[in-house]
Design a protein around this ligand. Structure first.
Ligand code: NAP
Length: 257
């Protein structure tokens, strides 16, 4: 296991990270475990990959599978984690999809892509968040961390209008929870990444070249998943509770608000 990050100690905390089988979620799961948390590693299409992340995390981590596009799956997932771990102290809504949807697309394909984007990026977040808030009410509080996107604030290219809209919805959801439930010790935060080197970004980079991305950055290299994860650990720790409701940009200076 890695050395603990700063003096952030998550010993005794249980953390559910969705979409932790690869990419940003994987880095978050590993960092959480390194800080002492027990991690529920959620994956979808490849449980073996999620199981491997749980094994690498150690500390009692366990893999869970769920298709978050399915209306019933997020609630079942949350209940399964509570049933296995006893409690969940932190929910990281990280799983997400980004579908290319040119405005010229045929209506039926457009509608399907829009619905799928909203199902995974918004509805699953809403269901998991509501479950978590009710659970936090019973255990004396908890923390929600949503991985949104720079696109929520800056907008995206027209081919990704559904993606940008879905992330905007998550930001509004997080702010609303934060404003209303802080006195119940329930905090909610957003991380808004720019390009991060994961499978999600790979296709764009392959098609257009990495320089197309790095040329827009203030920093000399593309953001890696592990440039995101430490901030998520800090937010989970309670040391940043007075920042509840905030959205933290991690985009290598590509979009400075
Ligand atoms: N990469 C970027 O440039 C970037 C930029 C801004 C924001 N973000 C956001 O950061 C988050 C993580 O992105 P990433 O780049 O790490 O993505 P990624 O590498 O594409 O990984 C996506 C994760 O989400 C899971 N997932 C996909 N479809 C799912 C479904 N239907 N049900 C349940 N889980 C599903 C995948 O599980 P399986 O592998 O098991 O199928 C995987 O663990 C997303 O919310 C994304 O929008 C990413």
């Amino acid at each position: 296991m890695e050395e603990r990050l700063m003096n952030v100690d998550l010993t005794g905390k249980n953390v559910l990270v969705t979409g932790a089988s690869r990419g940003i979620g994987r880095a978050i799961a590993l960092r959480m475990a390194a800080a002492g948390a027990r991690v529920a590693v959620h994956g979808f299409s490849n449980l073996e990959r999620a199981t491997a992340v749980a094994a690498a995390a150690g500390n009692g981590a366990h893999a869970f599978a769920a298709d978050l596009a399915d209306r019933r799956a997020p609630g079942i997932l949350f209940d399964e984690v509570v049933s296995r771990f006893g409690r969940v102290d932190v929910l990281v809504n990280n799983a997400g999809i980004s579908l290319e949807m040119p405005i010229s697309m045929p209506d039926d394909k457009w509608e399907l892509a829009w619905e799928k984007t909203m199902a995974v990026n918004v509805r699953a977040v809403e269901i998991l968040t509501r479950r978590a808030v009710r659970h936090f009410g019973k255990i004396g509080g908890g923390r929600l961390i949503h991985i949104a996107s720079r696109a929520a604030f800056r907008g995206d290219t027209p081919d990704y209008v559904a993606y940008a809209a879905s992330k905007g919805a998550v930001v509004a959801l997080s702010k609303t929870i934060a404003r209303g439930l802080g006195k119940q010790n329930i905090m909610s935060f957003v991380i808004a990444p720019g390009w991060v080197r994961t499978d999600m970004a790979a296709e764009f980079i392959e098609r257009h070249g990495e320089e197309q991305v790095t040329g827009t950055l203030a920093l000399p290299r593309l953001t890696e998943p592990d440039d995101i994860a430490p901030m998520v650990v800090l937010l989970a720790s309670g040391m940043a509770d007075h920042a509840t409701g905030t959205s933290i940009d991690i985009n290598a200076g590509s979009y400075v608000r």
